[in-house]
Structures are given as structure tokens and as C-alpha cells.
Design a protein around this ligand. Structure first.
Ligand SMILES: Nc1ncnc2c1ncn2[C@@H]1O[C@H](COP(=O)(O)OP(=O)(O)OP(=O)(O)O)[C@@H](O)[C@H]1O
Length: 257
């Protein structure tokens, strides 16, 4: 059986190949502005890192840089000490806030992801059935993906990201517009992936979700990391003004940490 299909059935392989990321001096400019301003970040392998911060703080841009779909103006993203290249990127998967799905059935979206990973057709059926079950989408398997509800589409997007057996999963506000039931289902998929050894990096505005999921929290403000550390420390005793104000539900307009 192909490696990607095996990973979805057994956590052992994923655990053995845990992958973390390090960003050093990361800068990114667009529209004549410095959006990411000298970030140093360590994403620990096999842990769940939650990225937080106000609207416009740079969370989505950071995730795109970590995934290699944006290139930094300066600085670098390292995986296992090596600059991110195609092979390392292939071991990551990303889920966007608005699901990007193919004009195929639910099953077809999952099978396509396996085909793209080079999994032979004969090995796809079992992995797809397993992914459908985990995402609670079995009853919708033959429905066009684009007619699913927002919550169903996001479950499919997470299942599709996971079916290739990534070592690291990046999620950009995956439950932003979902109800509590759909949010729970997405969190279950994330936690199951974590239990199988997948490193998780997730952006959220939901402090409750951060408390449920995070091992570590990175807090951004105006394109900089203003605070990073174990979740209980950052969430319960934030040191920076920005994190304190944000977690306390207050407006914070100053750009100084
Ligand atoms: N291509 C671009 N050109 C110009 N400005 C950009 C570009 N991409 C992002 N920005 C700006 O960079 C800042 C950071 O954007 P980003 O999407 O990372 O914020 P965010 O922290 O994810 O915010 P939100 O919580 O609202 O999703 C924003 O002010 C945004 O308008």
C-alpha cells in the first residue's frame, strides 16, 4: 500500500516522521507595506500551535509563508533545519478559511487528493471510506461538493487535507463561520490528526477554541510576534499589552507590543 494511504490508517508512520518549522527573521512586503516584520517562530513537532491576534495582524500571511505559497522578502522558513523546498512542502497541508473544493463529488475530492499524491487507484477506496467516516460525510459521499453546507464543506476540506497523510497541518480559521456542532466536528478531526502525530498550526479568533486545542500560542500584533509560549501561560497570564487587551476583550489600537 502507498505511504500516503497508510498514514491515514496508522499513526505510527506519522509519529516517526514528526515535522516542526522554524521561521527566522521573516519579513514580507505587499502594497508598499511591511506586513510581516522580522518574525522568529518555532513550531514544535508533534504539538498544536495556535496563532492569534487582531484582524490584520498578519496571521494569514504568516501561514502562507510557513506553507511556502508566499516567499519572504527576507528571512527564511526552515523545516528540520533545511529551507522549505517542494519535497518538504509536500509533507504539509493547508486548510483555508473559505474551503477551496473541486467541481466533483465529495468522494471525488478525496480520491483526487490521493491521486495527486500518487496513490494507485486500487488503494484509494479504503482510505476514502475511512476519511468519509471520520469526517461524518459518508451519507454525502456522492453529492457534488459545491452543494454542501459551509460546515460540511469545511469538514471535507479538512478531511481532504489529511487524506494524503501530511506531517504538518496548517489551518486558517477553519471554524470561523461554523455553528457549535460543526466546530466540534472540525476540532475532532484536528485532535485525531494530532493523536496520530500530525503537527498542528491553527489560526483562530476564538479564545475558547485556543484553550481546547493549543499546546503553544503565538500572539501577533502589527506583523510582529509580541508573545509566544505555552498556552496556559499566554492565555492565562499574557505579558504583552496587545495580548492582554485582546484576551480581555478590549480594543487595542496601539501598534507597540
Ligand atoms: N497582497 C496584499 N497586498 C496588500 N496588503 C495585504 C496583502 N495581503 C495582506 N495584506 C494586508 O496585510 C495585513 C495582514 O493580513 P492578514 O490577512 O495576514 O491578516 P490576519 O491577521 O489574518 O487578519 P484577519 O484576522 O482579519 O483574517 C492586512 O492589513 C491586509 O490588508
Amino acid at each position: 500500500m502507498h505511504e500516503a494511504a497508510m498514514n491515514i490508517q496508522s499513526g505510527a508512520e506519522a509519529v516517526a516522521r514528526r515535522t516542526g518549522l522554524t521561521a527566522r527573521g521573516l519579513c514580507y512586503d505587499a502594497g508598499g507595506k511591511r506586513l510581516i516584520d522580522g518574525m522568529d517562530i518555532s513550531i514544535a513537532a508533534g504539538r498544536r500551535t495556535v496563532v492569534m491576534g487582531a484582524n490584520g495582524a498578519g496571521k494569514s500571511v504568516l501561514l502562507r509563508l510557513l506553507h511556502g505559497i508566499l516567499s519572504p522578502a527576507s528571512g527564511e522558513v526552515l523545516c528540520e533545519g533545511r529551507p522549505l523546498d517542494c519535497a518538504l512542502r509536500a509533507r504539509q497541508a493547508m486548510v483555508f478559511q473559505r474551503p477551496v473544493l473541486l467541481r466533483r463529488s465529495v468522494r471525488g475530492n478525496l480520491a483526487f487528493a490521493l491521486a495527486a499524491k500518487g496513490v494507485p487507484r486500487r488503494d484509494r477506496g479504503h482510505a476514502v471510506a475511512d476519511a468519509l467516516e471520520q469526517a461524518r460525510l459518508t451519507h454525502l459521499a456522492d453529492r457534488p461538493a459545491r452543494v454542501l453546507s459551509g460546515g460540511e464543506q469545511q469538514r471535507l476540506a479538512v478531511a481532504r487535507a489529511l487524506i494524503g497523510g501530511p506531517d504538518l497541518l496548517l489551518l486558517d480559521e477553519p471554524t470561523a463561520s461554523l455553528d457549535p456542532g460543526s466546530t466540534h466536528a472540525i476540532e475532532e478531526l484536528i485532535q485525531n490528526a494530532y493523536q496520530r502525530g500530525v503537527t498542528i498550526v491553527m489560526v483562530t479568533h476564538d479564545a475558547g477554541q485556543a484553550r481546547r486545542i493549543a499546546d503553544d500560542v503565538v500572539f501577533l500584533n502589527s506583523g510582529r510576534v509580541v508573545e509566544a509560549g505555552p498556552a496556559d501561560q499566554v492565555l492565562n497570564a499574557p505579558q504583552s499589552n496587545a495580548a492582554r487587551a485582546w484576551l480581555g476583550g478590549r480594543l487595542y489600537l496601539d501598534s507597540t507590543p
